[in-house]
Design a protein around this ligand. Structure first.
Ligand SMILES: Nc1ncnc2c1ncn2[C@@H]1O[C@H](COP(=O)(O)OP(=O)(O)O)[C@@H](O)[C@H]1O
Ligand SMILES: *[C@@H]1O[C@H](CO)[C@@H](O)[C@H](O)[C@H]1NC(C)=O
Ligand SMILES: CC(=O)N[C@H]1CO[C@H](CO)[C@@H](O)[C@@H]1O
Length: 347
């Protein structure tokens, strides 16, 4: 549909070449030739998609080495999340006909990189990332705040997902604050996640659904702390060290709001992705990355100051950051003012 738009150029060209074509047959031929060449060129996806965002063609695979490089370079201290996501995405994108959409459930404390990883992954599928019209981010408290309107939300959400996936099969849907989402709204997503060939003529099997929640974050933190206390390396924490804990604490805990829904019962979640609490060395990496992104030279004095301003738990040992890297940007803004102020004063 989108590719027919450049045909509008044909009449436009005639307007631009007034008179010329009316007289000489040769010119007419020439003008038509030019017009059709131009139309063909403009409507060619390689050209067209430079200016208008296009949905990736069927069969277009994700570049796994690019995703790995992005995660290696940008996501700090999350070896488990990195491994699980790479494995999941590889399996999904190498499979020419997946049986169901890819469904990842990201768990962990605030500020540990759940949104950040979702964004990196989304950028690999749709280069515009969160700005892409094929990437959709929903926040429980923003999009579905009122519990008495669940019925409306359900309908709206289903229409959106249907419309979006019809427009682009590889749409990405990110649901933040899953633990604050009403079970009724979660259930509205369920039919799309299941092993159906098609629902009403639309196939959802190329789509990616990502759920983010803090559910289980306290259990993951406790496991990480136990590891630290027994002198073991963080990098040696394995998925199997966390899974039993979480399956009891979150997945089989009927009191953990999120899991009232039947998504768990039906085993629709493909991968459970744990995010570990971040240590001060990771916070420092975040500060350095943020400074570099803002185009400053990295100043280790400021890095240390910002890292020191964060609060850590347990209170005595100060091992893990309370808010992960979440407040790094805001804290750096304040330091930036100081730095800029100094420069101004001196200059
Ligand atoms: N593990 C991490 N590696 C690199 N940056 C991180 C990490 N965790 C958080 N950040 C930084 O902190 C910001 C907030 O993190 P976010 O992903 O929103 O946390 P969450 O979604 O887990 O609450 C991110 O935009 C990113 O800049
Ligand atoms: C994948 O990404 C890597 C690194 O970004 C790049 O060098 C390579 O050319 C890409 N491969 C394809 C097939 O696009
Ligand atoms: C065609 C269609 O239904 N598009 C919807 C995609 O999702 C967004 C929300 O992220 C809706 O606003 C669009 O209407």
């Amino acid at each position: 549909m989108a590719r027919s738009v450049p045909l509008l150029w044909v009449p436009l060209l005639w307007v631009l070449l007034p008179g010329l074509a009316a007289l000489e047959p040769l010119s007419v031929g020439l003008a038509i030739g030019v017009a059709s060449a131009l139309t063909g060129y403009l409507s060619h996806p390689r050209f067209y998609c430079n200016y208008v965002e296009c949905c990736p063609r069927a069969g277009q695979r994700l570049n796994a080495s690019a995703l790995k490089a992005q995660l290696d370079n940008r996501l700090f201290g999350q070896h488990l999340a990195k491994d699980v996501v790479l494995k999941a995405v590889l399996g999904f994108s190498n499979n020419p006909s997946p049986k169901k959409p890819l469904m990842l459930s990201l768990h962990g404390w605030a500020g540990t990189g759940k949104n950040f990883l979702s964004q990196i992954l989304a950028e690999q599928v749709h280069p515009a990332g969160l700005r892409s019209k094929f990437v959709h981010l929903f926040l429980a408290t923003l999009h579905f705040p009122h519990h008495d309107q669940v019925k409306l939300y359900k309908e709206q959400l289903q229409n959106w997902i249907r419309g979006n996936v019809s427009a682009c099969p590889s749409s990405v849907f990110i649901f933040d604050e899953m633990d604050k989402m009403h079970p009724g709204v979660i259930d509205a997503i369920k039919p799309f996640l299941d092993y159906y060939e098609e629902v009403d003529g639309v196939s959802y099997r190329k789509a990616i659904f990502i759920f983010l929640s803090n559910a289980g974050g306290d259990l993951i933190n406790k496991a990480a702390l136990d590891f630290w206390a027994s002198g073991k390396r963080r990098e040696d924490i394995q998925l199997k060290d966390l899974e039993p804990l979480l399956s009891v604490g979150v997945f089989n805990n009927k009191n953990s709001g999120l899991w009232h829904s039947s998504i768990i019962d039906r085993n629709l979640i493909d991968y459970f992705v744990p995010f570990l609490p971040l240590e001060q060395r990771h916070v420092k990496m975040c500060v350095r990355a943020e400074m570099a992104a803002r185009g400053y030279a990295v100043d280790e004095k400021i890095v240390q100051e910002v890292a020191d301003e964060m609060t850590y738990f347990p209170k005595e040992e100060r091992i893990f950051s309370d808010k992960g890297c979440k407040t790094v940007q805001a804290k750096l803004d304040i330091h930036e003012d100081v730095v800029m102020g100094d420069t101004k004063a001196r200059g």
